[in-house]
Design a protein around this ligand. Structure first.
Ligand SMILES: CC(=O)N[C@H]1[C@@H](OP(=O)(O)OP(=O)(O)OC[C@H]2O[C@@H](n3ccc(=O)[nH]c3=O)[C@H](O)[C@@H]2O)O[C@H](CO)[C@@H](O)[C@@H]1O
Ligand SMILES: C=C(OP(=O)(O)O)C(=O)O
Length: 424
């Protein structure tokens, strides 16, 4: 098992390049297996564990994955003849649920073991299932395996009861190979939805309206390979913006799409932080003491839930009271107890965290309960007095590439250490 040891107190300064988006990449890999008999080459992939595990899963299914460089994968799915994804790897991440839509579209049949992912409250997949059923599939769950099959998939109109990223993408995947047109209403609008639609269209799909709340998918008879580059990671970029602001630093974050970051920019500016946007980079100049704000997480273009936890860390030392309301997940405040160990004054009441800013956090031994909790604790460690030790960093490695190298290049002091007597 590995830990991060962070010596706090350094301001972040300099330039940093953002990698490809995790939540786009983890949908593109399953989508790539839908190519009938040619290769999909995907570039600008983040070097994160979720992508590595998905590549392993594709190999387990019989596909070939050329991993000659750590940003590019070529996926040859000709050898995939099974529709069963039931290995231990499938349980390691949330996004393996995209194999359901991809294999249902490809084979008319999919069996996928229940996915894992961040433990941030109940994460049902009823809207995915509702979508598959509306397309004509039968769905049952046996021994923890979701089984979906259909003699034919027929396009239809599907209204999502909740705005769901996963359901929108999963239905889009299956509907690409349905007969006729499918319309997803109340669809999610996140940047990665658009990226997946663009990728599928490069494979020969016919998807219109991605990025709005109505997506139309005209089924096609075949999908072919393509070459594609993943969009920059909105959440990694936002994490660096928050880290720069937290340390009162001055960081230019390169390879971003500023439009995707507007909600974060707006909130940081409300805190008194200076944010300067350019074509494909954003400069964040922190202040000595930022102001507390109120914040509510919402589906895109609202403030992303995935940045709620990092924001809580910086607000714990902002001037005055902040109220952070988590409207997407019911248990995404596990990082709060850890921040309290570092001296933060935060009270969780239902879906809200009430934060009374203190002067300074103090370093402590803390545990990352999930990916973005880990990011929040890293930011807390950067601004704390003394040393912070973060355990369970495997969650962080699921979704941030070279995180300590990137932060250290900006002046942080972070070491990855092995815990004595423990195995990886
Ligand atoms: C791999 C990936 O892309 N993960 C992201 C994806 O997760 P994920 O796709 O799991 O998130 P969803 O957008 O589906 O979930 C949003 C909300 O809808 C609920 N819901 C969802 C599906 C469903 O069938 N029924 C239902 O009730 C969920 O419990 C949650 O409250 O979007 C989330 C919201 O932006 C992000 O936090 C995750 O980082
Ligand atoms: C919740 C997240 O990831 P996942 O859906 O993969 O668990 C996240 O990226 O913040």
């Amino acid at each position: 098992m590995e830990k991060f040891l962070i010596e706090g107190g350094n301001q972040l300064q300099g330039r940093i390049v953002i990698g490809g988006a995790k939540n786009a990449a983890v949908a593109l890999l399953p989508a790539a297996i839908m190519a009938d008999d040619s290769i999909c080459t995907i570039d600008n992939l983040p070097n994160i564990n979720d992508v590595k595990v998905l590549a392993e899963i594709i190999k387990e299914l019989g596909g070939k994955v050329d991993e000659s460089d750590n940003q590019t994968l070529s996926i040859d799915s000709k050898g995939i003849t099974t529709y069963k994804a039931i290995s231990e790897n499938v349980k390691k991440m949330r996004a393996s649920y995209y194999l359901l839509g991809a294999m249902l579209g490809k084979f008319g049949h999919a069996e996928v073991i229940y996915p894992g992912g961040c433990n941030i409250g109940v994460r049902p997949i009823d809207q995915h299932i509702k979508g598959f059923q509306a397309l004509g599939a039968k769905v049952k769950t046996e021994h923890g395996i979701i089984k979906v099959y259909a003699d034919r998939l027929v396009g239809t109109s599907i209204y999502l009861d909740v705005v769901s990223v996963g359901a929108t993408i999963n239905i889009m995947l299956a509907a690409c190979r349905a007969e006729g047109t499918t319309e997803i209403e109340n669809a999610a609008k996140e940047p990665h939805i658009v990226d997946v639609a663009n990728f599928l269209n490069s494979m020969g799909a016919n998807i219109r309206g991605a990025g709005t709340d109505v997506i139309k998918i005209k089924g096609v008879r075949e999908l072919k390979g393509c070459t594609y580059s993943v969009i920059p990671d909105q959440i990694e970029a936002g994490t660096f913006m928050i880290a720069a602001a937290a340390t009162g630093g001055d960081v230019t974050i390169e390879n971003v799409i500023p439009k995707h970051l507007e909600s974060i920019t707006a909130k940081l500016m409300e805190m008194g932080v200076e944010v300067l946007e350019d074509l494909d980079n954003i400069r964040v100049r922190g202040v000595k003491k930022s102001r507390g704000i109120n914040l509510k997480t919402l589906p895109y273009p609202g403030f992303p839930t995935d940045l709620q936890q990092p924001m809580t860390a910086v607000l714990s030392v902002a001037e005055g009271r902040s109220i952070v309301t988590e409207s997407i997940y019911e248990a995404r405040f596990k990082h709060v107890d850890e921040l309290k160990r570092m001296g933060a004054n935060i009270k969780v009441e239902g879906r809200a965290a009430i934060i009374d800013g203190i002067d300074r956090l103090s370093g402590a031994s803390v545990k990352a309960s999930d990916l973005r909790a880990g990011a929040a604790l890293m930011i807390a460690g950067l601004i704390a007095e003394g040393n912070t030790e973060i355990s369970d960093i495997k969650h962080i490695d699921r979704g941030y590439e070279y995180i300590e190298e990137k932060l250290n290049s900006l002046g942080a002091n972070i070491k990855r250490i092995k815990s004595e007597g423990e195995e990886d």
